[in-house]
Ligand binder design. Sequence first.
Ligand code: NAD
Ligand code: 6OD
Length: 478
Amino acid sequence: MKAQHYVGGVFRSDGPAFPLIDPVDGSELGTVPEATREVVDDAVTAAGAALKGPWGTMGAEERAAVLRRIADGIQARFEEFVAAEVADTGRPRAFAETVDVPRAAGNFRAYADLLYGRPERAYTTQIPGWSSGAGQALNYTVRRPLGVVAIISPWNLPLLLSTWKIAPALACGNAVVLKPSEETPSTATVLAQVINEAGLPEGVFNLVHGHGAGAVGEFLTGHEGVDAIAFTGESATGAAIMRNAADHVTPVSFELGGKNPALVFADADLDAAVDGTVRSSFTHSGQICLCTERIYVERSVFDEFVEKLAARVKALDGYGPMISAEHRDKVLSYYRLAKEEGATIVAGGGAPTFNDERDGGFYVEPTVLTGLPETARTVREEIFGPVCHIAPFDTEDEALALANNSPYGLASTVWTTNLSRAHRVAPKIETGIVWVNCWNLRDLRTPFGGVKASGIGREGGEYSLDFFSEPVNVCIQI
Ligand code: NAD
Ligand code: 6OD
């Protein structure tokens, strides 16, 4: 797959090329063009112009039909998307086949459905008016698109997370400029081809490749022609984007990092909790923002839980690599730090040896730690790898205090068979999402996002439509 920009309905490859590295064996997969400031200007201009064309007056029914054609186009090129996502990320094929590509098509279908079935919410005030002195007035609300939306996405779920923003942005009638992660440009390029074939008017969707800081990401988020920014990535990057966006007071929607807790109570189905934790901590080698990195287990079942989890983690195989040598080094540096901070390594703790081409790739061992104080950096900082730390607790209040003792607040998991406890605890956890006896069970209509340093705003269903459109009040005096 040759990564290309897509600007104003035209594919182009201008800008200096940088190498795309295969995380499985460290070989070069190809090169990616780095968009210059000029390419970014062209993309933003094309998007602005597209809003004045047929897209600007297209009805909801036609927009929904375009979204469905894009979903069909993804389905028709399923294999190509799978191959591109697997090549860029090194993830197991089954993950791309069952998660990334179906969800990408599902994202477009979900927003086509929502748009089609959406009654325009009109708030009217009629006779008598709000106050008797003001006379009679009819108030109604129209929702209009924000304009040109910059979407900046990360490498961990490249297609899933970019389409999760593109679909509602288009549903609301915006024009989009997407900058995918420099590490994972390929599925975005195939998506641009699908969108091109789906008959979206030229300039409504644009794609620019390249890096973030001091490059495309920064050019885009500081651009005066950009009317809104939807970003998923690290919290520190979100802060940098916010500073950059401040000059033009550009609205932002942020899905950021996490240090997600799980609470395992003694009344839990322990085998289900172990199963669930293997998934929640180690799916995609821990490179999902929702992954659990802090586990708190009620003391009476602590040893049993640790022993069962460690046995399962030691037996994990077929897992994928870290996205890059740099990220592998970061995760391994936390493994070393954990030892320096006094952790007991219950499973893993280093880099595996396979005696095949994967030894040139960016693998780390799935790792389970115990014995660290809550002040340890390993327990406080997001690692974003296949690693969790397990600590005991004695009371429900203590468990809650431990879960909430974090600068982050994205997602949490509670394992208990006590219904009252589940309802008591869930609303008190300071995260945007609380899963009880499950993890990452998704309904695309529910609010998705984080509190504290984990984000600003919510995505999902109507919540995304609310961000990507603006309510305007029209007041008519009678
Ligand atoms: P990252 O912040 O390094 O990069 C994300 C994107 O931002 C990339 O496209 C990058 O090029 C761009 N970027 C970097 N610096 C920029 C700048 N100064 N201005 C504009 N753009 C810039 O994140 P990552 O390493 O790609 O992804 C992993 C992180 O993303 C983790 O922290 C993870 O928790 C988070 N994440 C959060 C969610 C969520 O829904 N909350 C989902 C996935 C990932
Ligand atoms: O499932 C989703 O909608 C979503 N945004 C998942 C994010 C995962 C983070 O890596």
